[in-house]
Ligand binder design. Structure first.
Ligand SMILES: [Zn+2]
Length: 423
């Protein structure tokens, strides 16, 4: 083995030198155990105030996992002192290369934490030769550190949506910043209380004051929660949820027309549900002919389909009177058509007109709501479900904020004392 001086240079823990280095066997991948000691004057930084203290009370060996040397995994041993500080009393000394109570050095923590964002924790644990729980703890510390040190934004548009947990009727409420496309908070259930807690705990008063619009589905508890906590913000209804209502009305019509009117018609309508729910511009070729055959069999369904297709013009108007005008014309077109489902939809749209027309003043990015949902599903799928909600939230924040966008960002995360990205 090289001289101790060389080993110190390669280990490169600032302020420490190598005392001994042993390996447990002769194999090419044996574990290296490196004992280190402080260089220079024997004074130890107090973990309370940071002052250097000379009076040592006791010491005990602590071990950390560190980055490997070629194929050799590395264990670092250091006799950590308990020193008598004049201000704080008896305190353990602060070690710069690792977090308090951590079992891995900070530079290894960064590597594991970064890997965990693109692979399951078990894979990252195997790659770095640590146990699963050690990898998970390193990841949690890495993400918490990043979240604590990044700048706080003041979101202009918020989004609140529900995400299904597993297969049952269990939900999470997700609060997100729609301008930056980031998750802000996560809470169990989809009740008024869960959204209210999110709005009051995840955002401070200054951040709440900056919000101008909140994008919601037509879920009554959410409306109440927003009305209570951010009274000045306007509610914008999610376009996809409104169009979902229209599709549901169309589907109900299909059932009435084909399935509740004898076997001859039933044969016509069978297996056409998804075809009918698709938008006309996405239907191609033979499917388009099939849809046209369906419409020649039933003109009322055709009318309902055309009316549904027209509905997304609601979001093309720049003024509220324009929206109102369109909706009145749309409802007018329903007269004498005897389409009760569509009539009911028209009434429902009128009742929710405020939230639909608010889009004129607050052009919220609807697509972001959907893309955040997709990201959440992807993170959950990669980890095969997640029981720990705190770490799930951190992972979602990371996945949606995407702090690494260039090689320079990555370099910053990998250098142990480097600054984090400003994003
Ligand atoms: Zn102190």
């Amino acid at each position: 083995m090289g001289s101790r001086c060389d080993c110190t240079r390669i280990l490169a823990l600032a302020g420490f030198r190598v005392v001994t280095m042993t390996s447990d066997s002769e194999s090419s991948a044996s574990r290296l155990t490196i004992r280190i000691e402080r260089r220079g004057i024997r004074r130890y930084p107090c973990s309370g105030c940071g002052r250097r203290v000379g009076r040592v009370r006791s010491s005990h060996d602590r071990i950390w996992d560190d980055l490997p040397w070629a194929a050799h995994p590395v264990t670092v041993i250091y006799a950590q002192r308990r020193a008598c500080c004049r201000q704080c009393g008896i305190r353990t000394e602060r070690v710069a290369f690792a977090d308090p109570k951590a079992r891995v050095t900070r530079r290894l923590r960064q590597e594991i934490g970064l890997d965990c964002q693109s692979m399951p924790t078990s894979h990252a644990a195997l790659r770095h030769g640590v146990s699963w729980s050690k990898a998970r703890r390193a990841e949690a510390a890495f993400l918490a550190d990043w979240d604590r040190t990044r700048p706080r934004h003041r979101p202009r548009h918020l989004g609140a949506d529900e995400v299904q947990r597993g297969k049952g009727q269990q939900y999470w409420t997700v609060l997100s910043d729609l301008v930056r496309g980031e998750v802000i908070g996560l809470a169990k259930d989809r009740t008024e209380d869960s959204l209210r807690t999110l709005l009051t705990t995840c955002l401070d008063a200054r951040q709440r004051a900056a919000v101008t619009a909140v994008c919601l589905d037509m879920h009554r508890p959410y409306l109440n929660a927003v009305g209570d906590t951010i009274r000045h913000a306007e509610v914008v209804f999610d376009k996809f949820h409104v169009l979902q209502l229209a599709s549901a009305a169309l589907d109900e019509m299909r059932r009435q027309e084909f399935f509740r009117s004898g076997p001859a018609m039933r044969a016509h309508g069978r297996g056409k549900r998804w075809l009918l729910l698709r938008r006309w511009k996405t239907v191609r070729g033979s499917k388009r002919a099939e849809l046209q055959r369906l419409f020649t069999a039933n003109r009322r369904l055709f009318k309902a389909y055309v009316l549904r297709e027209q509905l997304d013009r609601l979001w093309t108007y720049k003024t509220r009177p324009g929206v109102l005008n369109f909706l009145f014309n749309w409802i007018d077109a329903l007269r004498w058509q005897r389409l009760p489902e569509m009539d009911r939809l028209g009434q429902s749209l009128l009742r929710h007109l405020d939230g639909i027309a608010a889009y004129c003043d607050h052009p919220v990015r609807f697509g972001v709501v959907e893309s955040i949902n997709t990201t959440i599903k992807a993170v959950l799928r990669r980890s095969r479900g997640m029981r720990d909600e705190a770490i799930l939230l951190l992972k979602l924040k990371w996945a949606t904020a995407r702090p690494i966008r260039s090689a320079r960002d990555l370099a910053r995360f990998l250098s142990p004392q480097g600054l984090y990205s400003n994003r």
